[in-house]
Design a protein around this ligand. Sequence first.
Ligand code: ASP
Length: 325
Amino acid sequence: MIGRIFLSIFMGLVLLVAGPAFGQQYPTKVITMIIPYSAGGPTDTVGRLVAKAMGDSLKSQLIIENVAGAGGTIAAARVARSAPDGYTIFLHHIGQSTAPALYRKLSYNVFTDFEPIGLVNEVPMTLVARKDFPPKNLKELIAYVKANKDKVTYANAGLGAASHLCGMLFMSAIQTDLTTIPYKGTGPAMNDLLGGQVDFMCDQTTNTTSQIRSGKIKVYGVTTKTRVPSLPDIPTLNESGLPNFEVSIWHALYAPKGTPKPIIDKLVKALQDALKDATVKQRFADLGTEPVTEKRATPEALRAHLKAEVDKWAPVIKNAGVYAD
Ligand code: ASP
């Protein structure tokens, strides 16, 4: 512990003295983007697209490291303790704003242990089920899960995942507690849904669109206020009988606290370039997600958004009485 404190102070001094020069040359080696969920899931999909385009902009390479588990908090703790040298960055989603209310003992502070880089995208969710799950529409689904609450299983990616948040809101809207099956990401959860080992889940369109289009899973609705352009035939949950049910997921990029400003500036520019990249734009559109505007892909916008989201979700989570010790 003492050793780590000394190391941080030493690194801080080195970066303070060498900061500007260091920033000019940056990057001189591969940058690691930490993803807090399994490979093949929605956050990983967004991360890989953005990492490739940011690498092109920085004329360097970004590699992905999936550090899954505990709803993203294991990865966040690791990033909070990483060297603030620009070679570790972190892509996380709405879970960065719900973790402080969900986890009573968080080993990091979402405001003071990270350097915001910028928001990345907004993505709707879909309520989906295994292909042979009996209910045919939302009305039937609600009646079915209420009548079979001891049998039905709901998949999520752990406390703090988007799929957890959406499931929590759904259960509270229909006033029924269900058995949840936690995975290290909705990538593996989707495999089990396709295999029929689990009944239903709520997941981002970045992970469900192709399975919905090919008819491999059932869909009951989208979680946004309006329909999603890439899935125009799918009704919103509001339309189908769950008024005011609305959840939209956002991803953002962070660096460890203390990463020098010249480096953050370069990362912001690379993120903004990535969001204008033709391949990223096309893939995002296919997957039903939207890049944020350039103004929102900034540290200031992310700082304000994170604060607003922490304030928005804390009372909701408190009312639901959900937390981990
Ligand atoms: N974003 C998670 C993943 O990539 C899933 C979730 O948050 O529900 O697996």
